[in-house]
Write a protein that binds this ligand. Structure first.
Ligand code: TRP
Length: 339
């Protein structure tokens, strides 16, 4: 089993990022059997498909690397790197551009969403984004790729590209690429804003009170939870009672994932109690779970040397795994590169 996944570097990491992809990766890493392997990378090459500020991308890449380690990605057990340090990603993308079809890419909903009404003005990189994503996983013979529901279509494209390449350029008994399976978490925790239970917790929310940042200290966390928007009713004892109460549902959901239980169990304990009792309990739970992450994150962010070393070593290990597949792809296409 070889698990490969990427995440775009964004600044301002918050609880929503942690409880989304990152925690899921840590759980997979921790469950890996002998002989299996996880590769996790920062998709910095993908980030240039949209308008961006170079200095911010640089800072966000380092910050995200620090966050992944702080949250539990162990750079010894997993291979952690950023795409820009492994040129094989960009190389394989070009090779796969000969296999991917215009029609396939035109059907990608993310391209349609992100280009919006301005298709003519979208970058070519935004259009071929899914081909780079295919290269990301095919390069390592990934067997499994954990992604959110929104990335399922890109994974299917990666399988189509692999299949067509194998068909067109390889002997039947010697395919170059493995077809990867997506792993989509069953109930991807959707963490909502603390100010509005119908909007996603977001780094771009103008109110900092709407989110819990990985850099928030204990006092700030307690204060944000205390001030979180709620309704005046006590908590229900049954799940059905959360319907139509998005803020209450969000806080109960956060408690459940942080405690590692179900929402039913949380309601069993807190049903009938008001937010005056529930909020301090939630705040304390968040502080207890986030304090070690916060501490490690702050230390690592300040230790540029350690971060550089982690990413350089990860890139080296990734390159080792990628090399035979990249060579095989060049060869299958009839590209001459000396001997
Ligand atoms: N496109 C993914 C996202 O936005 C990030 C990504 C890039 C990725 N390359 C990948 C995810 C390869 C899985 C595998 O979430």
């Amino acid at each position: 089993m070889r698990i490969v996944s990427g995440i775009q570097p964004t600044g301002n990491l918050h609880l929503g990022n942690y409880l989304g992809a990152i925690r899921n990766w840590v759980q997979m890493q921790d469950a890996m059997a002998e002989g299996s392997q996880c590769l996790f990378f920062l998709a910095d090459l993908h980030a240039i498909s949209m308008p961006h500020v170079p200095a911010q991308l640089h800072a966000a890449t380092l910050e995200m690397a620090a966050a992944l380690v702080a949250c539990g990605i162990d750079p010894e057990r997993s291979i952690l790197f950023n795409q820009a340090q492994v040129p094989a990603h960009a190389e394989l993308q070009w090779l796969l551009n000969g296999t991917a079809r215009m029609g396939w890419l035109s059907r990608m909903t993310q391209f349609k969403d992100k280009s919006g009404k301005n298709r003519e003005g979208a970058s070519v990189a935004l259009f071929t984004y899914p081909v780079l994503q295919a290269a990301d996983v095919l390069l390592y013979q990934a067997t499994h790729v954990p992604v959110g529901e929104d990335q399922k279509q890109h994974l299917e494209l990666a399988r189509d590209v692999a299949q067509k390449f194998n068909n067109d350029f390889c002997a039947e008994d010697a395919p170059v690429f493995t077809l990867p399976e997506p792993i989509i978490p069953p109930e991807a925790a959707r963490i909502m804003s603390l100010r509005d239970g119908t909007a996603k917790m977001s780094k771009s929310d103008p109110s900092d009170m709407a989110r819990i940042n990985l850099t928030d200290d204990a006092d700030t966390i307690m204060q944000k939870v205390r001030k979180a928007r709620t309704d005046p009713e006590p908590l229900p004892s049954e799940l059905a009672g959360l319907e139509g109460r998005p803020e209450a549902a969000n806080l109960v959901g956060i408690y459940a994932v942080m405690a590692g239980t179900g929402r039913e169990a949380v309601l069993r304990d807190f049903g009938g109690q008001g937010f005056g009792a529930f909020k301090p309990a939630l705040g304390e739970l968040l502080v207890a779970k986030l304090a070690p992450i916060n501490q490690r994150f702050t230390e690592l962010k300040a230790d540029r040397e350690a971060l550089d070393a982690i990413l350089a070593r990860g890139a080296l290990r990734a390159h080792e795994i990628a090399r035979p597949t990249l060579n095989a792809a060049y060869k299958a296409l009839g590209l001459v590169r000396g001997r």
